[in-house]
Design a protein around this ligand. Structure first.
Ligand SMILES: [Zn+2]
Length: 369
């Protein structure tokens, strides 16, 4: 099985001609639609790439799906050359992206500016070195724009077979950041440890109310006719900064958690069971009459968490499966559970009692072999 991971590297803006990159993007868009256009004032070596062997990859997952709209922002596929420390090479000589592991630099030729022999050098990110050490190969690269800034995307490929799982099973129940992501480790069908993982919700709460406070203030100032003053702009920026910080906190937590859980699965050679119940959680939080923007924050980056869990599980060969698990049904007898104070679920039929976040984990332990 082939596993892929992608890294985005921001390119120095002053060394890139954004208009040139935009033209390359437009040509890529045409190439996706099987038009072969050769523009006379651009380097053929770059343009040929779009019509040669890359057409074999263009609809593969490596490059995402084909752009649906005309002139959608399609990243430009680039061939890579890899030069290793023992001077061995892989890829095509003269490729616009050269990864030199002897001096740990990445050279981009002719892709950032439409000038003869124009090239820029970037330091090799340690992320790339780590992936190569794990047996990965940087087969694909793309250049594109994200929020108007130039980026290079490197995609590493690794051939990996999932291991035979041991008697351990790691269950992850992705609900919302409010009560945390529930994780449990089971051995031979018995739950050994479990915990919930969440970011600093106190800090998130504080930042949220600070943002709200500032947004109210700007609203007030606007209604008094100070809408365009520097003061209003300053307060507006402060509010925005707080909201972005909350987003970053949950994003960092999502990445940290995915890595921690996959490492744990590797340590026990466990199989991984992922229950993505974020949609149900969203509905539940809305039913609790939480403001929609609070719900949005409590759900932010959960898709990223699930995606990263899957990406890392594939990359490290952790056998995994997605499974929908019950949270309101008794894992012992199947009877409906009733919720008591403190999020405790009780079965009136057989006497089963457990914290609510544990119920899906009991189900996972019971259901999967
Ligand atoms: Zn029961």
């Amino acid at each position: 099985m082939k596993a892929h991971r992608t890294l985005l590297i921001k390119l120095p803006r002053d060394k890139c001609d954004i208009d040139y990159i935009k033209r390359l993007i437009a040509l890529t868009n045409l190439a996706y639609r099987d038009f072969e256009v050769l523009v006379p004032d651009m380097f053929k070596s770059i343009q040929y790439q779009l019509y040669g062997s890359f057409s074999n990859y263009k609809n593969s997952l490596v490059f995402g799906t084909a752009p649906k709209r005309w002139l959608a922002k399609t990243w430009v596929p680039l061939k890579t050359l890899r030069i290793y420390s023992d001077d061995s090479m892989k890829g095509s000589i003269g490729a616009p992206v050269a990864l030199d592991f002897r001096s740990n630099v990445i050279r981009l030729r002719q892709v950032c500016k439409n000038e003869p022999r124009y090239s820029i050098e970037l330091p090799m990110p340690s992320w790339v070195i780590d992936r190569v050490k794990e047996g990965g190969d940087v087969k694909f690269a793309r250049i594109g724009l994200k929020d108007g800034e130039p980026y290079l995307a490197l995609t590493v490929e690794r051939e990996v077979e999932p291991y035979q799982p041991s008697e351990y099973k790691l269950v992850v129940d992705v609900n919302s950041w409010r009560y945390g992501i529930a994780c449990g480790l089971a051995k031979n069908g018995k739950l050994i440890t479990w915990r919930t993982e969440k970011p600093d919700t106190f800090l998130i709460n504080t930042l949220y109310y600070q943002a709200i406070d500032r947004e109210r203030k700007t609203g007030k100032l606007k209604s008094l006719g100070y809408g365009n003053s520097a003061k209003v702009d300053k307060i507006k920026n402060q509010a925005q900064a707080r909201r972005s910080r909350i987003y970053r906190i949950t994003r960092d937590k999502a990445y940290f958690l995915a890595s921690k859980l996959v490492k744990k699965a590797l340590k026990y050679r466990a199989s991984l069971v992922i229950d993505d119940m974020s949609e149900e959680s969203r509905k539940e939080l809305l039913e609790e009459r939480l403001p929609p923007d609070v719900v949005k924050l409590l759900m932010s980056n959960l898709k990223r968490l699930v995606h990263q869990l899957e990406t890392l599980a594939q990359w490290y060969g952790v056998p995994y499966e997605f499974r929908r698990l019950y949270s309101r049904k008794c894992p012992r007898c199947g009877h409906e559970l009733t919720q008591e104070k403190g999020r405790v679920m009780v079965c009136e039929n057989c006497g089963f009692k457990a914290p609510r976040d544990l119920v899906p984990i009991y189900w996972a332990v019971r259901l999967t072999p």
